[in-house]
Design a protein around this ligand. Structure first.
Ligand SMILES: Cc1ncc(COP(=O)(O)O)c(C=O)c1O
Length: 474
């Protein structure tokens, strides 16, 4: 049954909660009184903190509690909070020109050229600028359909690509779909396939990441080579698929890294069937994995790449970058968005790219990531609650299970998420079964910060294992 008073229940929880501090309580009450509870706040913690300020990899709540930030605005604040170099740009650019309309400005021209240069692919490229990730994916849907004159799209279970009417068809979260249902026509033509999630591979290859990756691609190929589906009639030479849209590393679904063979297989599949390949790098890009783009680990070059979140370093920015011919189809005035490419956002994005270069953040992230690899391995070895984990750079997703049968430790993970917050670390819970935690610190951190993070994670995990009687495995 649909709960008819979620907001009232939450208000009661907040008013009666014992562990909640005064200003946080007041803030949560205000939030529930003046906003919809539909934001993801209460899906993260029982009593979410109201965050007031941040500095580099730490944030502080309205009662002055300090936290290690392992959410970073879902990978938006990769270069850290409150960088004075960004603050300076905000001030000077605002005084020069903040915005006048969706028209070129020097900062915008500079950003477009740079994005074409730093994205994979040795071919002429062009850029479409937007304000959010969903904006970008929505533009992709229009661009690929218009360019190919085909309607069907291939996407993946677990994919998250935004939450507007266009992108809901790509995003596979039943809770969100319940709210949107009946999903309007944008949902039409989206074909979702399993993503390589080796630990629980749907095709049975749960101990072999490469086989799991290959099986996921082969299943699509088998269907595209037939004729009993909406996407293709291979014998008749018909293919209706405009694009494959995929996260190179699957993020919101649990921070899962597929074997490189997955992206390689998708590239071959796209070429074989004449389909455009689109990588949504909104979370996996901008240095998170130790390379500028997550897809670089596999060496695969997409036809289109979508960038968002960390590009704006704290202000709304997104970009779609791809083969020039796809963008050249649009006649003047066919695509417009009032604030798109605003001078202030472009100036900040240019500064974010400068900072990544100047501070050598990719090298730093790779080095810190090596250390995290070692520390995460030791942590997993010590804790029977850990089923598996995926880590590269400072991208870390950990799956918690009750036993050797891999029973998802849902209650335990919910409790762990709260315990981490109580101990001063903010991280998000997610996963196909709600039993994963992801840790996405800023890419500015050093080895010592990883140790600080894991000291908290380790202690909280031990506490949860004791509370839930999770026995050490033989
Ligand atoms: C991979 C991915 N694509 C798209 C989006 C949507 O971005 P936005 O929330 O800025 O619309 C997100 C947001 O979490 C994301 O993680």
């Amino acid at each position: 049954m649909v709960a008819n008073q979620p907001c009232k229940d939450l208000l009661e929880r907040v008013r009666t909660g014992e562990s909640i501090t005064p200003n946080n309580r007041k803030g949560l009450e205000d939030f529930l009184n003046y906003e919809t509870p539909g934001s993801c706040l209460f899906t993260k913690w029982t009593y979410p903190p109201i965050i007031e300020r941040g500095k580099n990899n730490k944030v502080w709540d309205v009662d002055g509690r300090e936290y290690i930030d392992c959410i970073t605005g879902m990978s938006s604040m990769n270069i850290g909070h409150a960088d004075p170099r960004v603050a300076e740009v905000l001030k000077t650019q605002y005084m020069k020109l903040s915005h006048w309309f969706d028209f070129p400005t020097p900062e915008r021209l500079k950003l477009a050229r740079r994005l074409c240069e730093i994205t994979p692919g040795d071919f002429p490229k062009k850029v479409w600028l937007g304000l959010s990730g969903a904006d970008g994916l929505d533009a992709v849907l229009r661009l690929v359909r218009y360019h190919t004159k085909k309607t069907q799209i291939i996407s993946f279970l677990g994919g998250y690509h935004g939450q507007n009417i266009g992108t809901m068809g790509l995003t596979t979260k039943a809770g969100m779909h319940r709210w949107y249902n009946p999903v309007p026509p944008a949902d039409h033509g989206i074909n979702r396939f399993p993503y390589p999630y080796t630990y629980r591979d749907i095709y049975g290859n749960d101990s072999d990441p490469e086989k799991c990756a290959r099986a996921c691609v082969e299943a699509i190929d088998k269907i595209l080579c037939g004729c009993e589906n909406t996407m293709a009639n291979y014998p008749a030479g018909i293919n209706n698929v405009a694009a494959i849209i995929v996260e190179p590393l699957q993020c919101s679904a649990g921070y899962i890294r597929p074997h490189d063979e997955f992206l390689r297989g998708l590239r071959r599949l796209a070429d074989k069937h004449g389909i455009l390949l689109v990588f949504d790098e909104i979370q996996s890009g901008m240095g998170r994995t130790g390379t500028m783009w997550g897809c670089e680990h596999s060496g695969v070059v997409p036809d289109i790449i979508v960038v968002g979140k960390a590009l704006g370093g704290g202000v709304p920015m997104s970009a779609v970058v791809g083969r020039a011919e796809i963008f050249d189809d649009l006649a003047p005035g066919m695509s417009s968005n009032t604030y798109a490419g605003y001078a202030l956002g472009c100036a900040v994005a240019n500064k974010v790219l400068d900072i990544i270069e100047e501070d050598k953040l990719l090298e730093r992230c790779r080095k810190t990531g090596k250390h995290m690899e070692k520390v995460a391995k030791e942590y997993a070895g010590r804790h029977p609650l850990v089923g598996t984990y995926d880590q590269v750079g400072v991208f870390l997703g950990i799956e918690y299970v009750r036993d050797e049968k891999k029973t998802p430790a849902l209650e335990e993970t919910i409790a762990l998420c709260d315990a981490l917050m109580d101990a001063g670390l903010l991280a998000q819970r997610n996963g196909y079964y709600g039993n994963r935690m992801s840790f996405l610190p800023t890419i500015t951190i050093y080895e010592k910060d990883v140790d600080e993070m894991f000291a908290v994670i380790d202690k909280a995990t031990t506490e949860i294992e004791k509370r839930f009687n999770i026995a050490a495995r033989a």
